[in-house]
Structures are given as C-alpha cells and as structure tokens.
Design a protein around this ligand. Structure first.
Ligand SMILES: Nc1ncnc2c1ncn2[C@@H]1O[C@H](COP(=O)(O)OP(=O)(O)O)[C@@H](O)[C@H]1O
Ligand SMILES: [Mg+2]
Length: 350
C-alpha cells in the first residue's frame, strides 16, 4: 500500500490583502522505502505543504480542499491525526535551535521523546510532566540508553558523554544530527525533512545527507526531503517533485528527470545550479516567484518563461508524459495532449 497519498491538496491563508493559496491542488505520493524530493525556489509553498501533511499549518491558514492519507487513512480525521502524530510521522526543520529546548541536555530531550511516544519501560499512564519528574533524571533508564544509541546512530562522537551536553554546546552539524536522532527515535514511517542541511556548510551537508540515506535503511523510514537545492535532490532522492508557485509542475524518477528535464522552470532551475552543471554558465531564472494571491494566469510560470505565449496565460496545463518511468510535466509546450490541436510553441501571438 502507498505510504503517503496527497490528493488535490489546497492550503490557504486569509490575509488582509487577499487569500494566499500556498498549496494549490497538489498531488504527491510516497511509497514505503522511498526518499522523495520536493524542490523549488523559496516561496513556492514547500514548507506549507509539509506543515499541511504534519497538521501544523499556522492559523488562520487551513486546508481547504483535497485529502492526505497515510497507510490509506485520512489524516484530515482528527482522531487519526492524533494517533499518528510523532509515532508514524515526524519532521525536522532547517534550524534545529528552534526545535531543541535550550534548557535541557540533548540526551534528555531525546529520552523524553522516546518516553512520550513509546512509554518505554513505564507502562503506567502518567502525565508527561510527572513522568519527566519521576524518570527524567534517571540516566540508567531504558529511554536514556536508547537516546544514547540514537546519538551513536547519527554519528555523534562519544555519544554517552555528549548526551549530557546542552544544545548550545553542540556545533550546527551536531545539532542537526541530534534533531534527526530525536525525529527517528519514535521510529516514524515517514520523516519529513524541510531544508535539513540548508544552514550547514557544504561538507557537513554532504555527511548529513549520506547519514539520512543510511538511517532510512536502518530505521525503515521513508523520507520526504524538501530543499531549494537540486544538487541535494540529485544526490539523495529516488523520485522528485518540482514545485512552483503552489503547484507541482514536473515529477519523475531522479535520474530520468535530471537527464531529461522538460518543464522550462526545471530547466531554468538546473541552469541556475552550479554544482550540477559545472561546465555551463550559471544562469539564474529572471524574476521571482509571484505573490500567491489570485494569480491571474493559467500557467503560474508563464510570465517568467522564455517559451510562453498567450495560450500559456489562458489554458491551465495538465500533466503529460514526457519520458520514462512516469516522468510527467505540466507544460502546454511539452509532451502530447491530444485534446489540444495546436502544435508545440507554434501558436501565433498578436
Ligand atoms: N503563516 C502564513 N501566513 C500567510 N502566508 C503564509 C504563511 N506561511 C506561508 N505563507 C505564504 O505561503 C507561501 C509559501 O511559503 P512557504 O511554504 O514557506 O514557501 P517555501 O517553503 O517553498 O519557501 C509564501 O507566499 C508565504 O508568504
Ligand atoms: Mg520553506
């Protein structure tokens, strides 16, 4: 069974200027054992997509359409959502300092997560607060032992010693590793990693991505990896979804999509990524992601697209097959669409 199925998801924020549609009719699926990438420029709606799946969209934002199913069951059902939170789904963020408690030793925070979600060795039902009072300091508890094991799994040196350190005593890379340890400590089926290495230098970034891929195997966790960096996706993911202005515009197996990018936006992103196109000039895409309020043109990329014509502003593109292995792009100028009589890029414009 498909692990995660997102169908027609729409997430909106009412603002004084109008309704921001941050996620606009998005479909995305993840099979067990996959690392799936979600990539796009800043402001595309990637984080809001992740928050929607986690059920943590900031009020007054809310999901207004579509469905999110984990193991076939809808997470829009509050009871189901409560049941999976933290145990089947967990998330790590770009800045671990925002997620780690500065006043507690790192090992203790991981142990607490383990206790809260799994009731390790303490089956009586106590409040979280009371549990922490009773068991929190017990360095010989089962949860503490597992916390140290988790720090070891994410390759923190001297894990037993470092477990008693506070977050500020860790380097940026170690804090991110600690976050990963905490997120994996409840053995989630799906880990959502939102720009997990963006704040780190390139060497540490590569190490952590390697470890994530290794941990995926060890913990049998699927990963949704969110990034603005195509190189990160190329190194890590099985499949990739390219997001632009609230919509997925291209998707497919990683190797196929990078060898044969089809959507003009994906092509632009690739041309603006130095590490992937080492020999070519780095050419940024001109312009920026539009304000996601009432976008008046059918293809959201049309105003920035070197190939767009009037049709692109008027006719919403649906997905067409553009290559092997379910490689699809939503662009009128690509692939086959028998319903449209016009040929590619041949529409005359006034
Ligand atoms: N709490 C919020 N209130 C209003 N708009 C928001 C809120 N959070 C995000 N947005 C808007 O949603 C859009 C997508 O943002 P985001 O998901 O953070 O993009 P990304 O993660 O791809 O950089 C942006 O236009 C952003 O301004
Ligand atoms: Mg983001």
């Amino acid at each position: 069974m498909t692990l995660l199925e997102v169908e027609g998801l729409r997430t909106e924020f009412p603002t004084s200027r109008g309704v921001v549609t941050a996620v606009d009719d998005v479909d995305l699926s993840i099979e067990s054992g996959e690392i799936v990438g979600l990539v796009g420029e800043s402001g595309s709606g990637k984080s809001v997509f992740a928050e929607s799946v986690m059920g943590i969209v900031e009020s007054p934002g809310r999901i207004t359409d579509g469905d999110i199913r984990l193991h076939g069951e809808s997470l829009l059902d509050e009871g189901r959502r409560e049941a999976v939170r933290g145990s089947e789904l967990s998330m790590i963020f770009q800045d671990p300092m925002n997620s780690l408690n500065p006043t507690l030793p790192v090992g203790e925070q991981i142990a607490e997560t383990i206790r809260l979600h799994q009731d390790v060795g303490e089956s009586i039902s106590l409040s979280a607060e009371l549990k922490r009072k009773l068991f929190g300091a017990a360095k010989n508890s089962e949860a503490w032992r597992r916390a140290v094991e988790m720090l070891e799994a994410v390759e923190i040196p001297d894990p037993a010693g470092r477990a008693t350190d506070y977050p500020h005593e860790f380097s940026g890379g170690m804090r991110q590793r600690a976050m990963i340890a905490m997120a994996l400590s409840c053995e989630p089926d799906l880990l959502i990693a939102d720009e997990p290495t963006t704040a780190l230098d390139v060497t540490v970034q590569a190490q952590i991505l390697d470890e994530l891929a290794g941990l995926k195997e060890a913990f049998d966790t699927s990963i949704l990896l969110i990034t603005h960096d195509l190189a990160v996706v190329a190194e890590t993911c099985d499949r990739v979804n390219v997001m632009y202005a609230g919509e997925i515009i291209e998707r497919g197996p990683v190797e196929e999509l990078f060898a044969n990018p089809q959507h003009p936006y994906t092509q632009g992103l690739l041309a603006s990524t130095p590490r992937l196109d080492a020999d070519a000039d780095v050419r940024p895409i001109e312009g920026s992601v539009p304000d996601l309020i009432d976008i008046p043109y059918a293809c959201h990329f049309a105003p920035r697209c070197p190939e767009s014509d009037r049709e692109c502003f008027e006719v919403a593109p649906d997905f067409r097959s553009v290559g092997a292995g379910d490689h699809e792009a939503a662009c009128l100028k690509r692939g086959e669409n028998p319903e449209l009589s016009t040929g590619p890029a041949e529409v005359s414009d006034d």
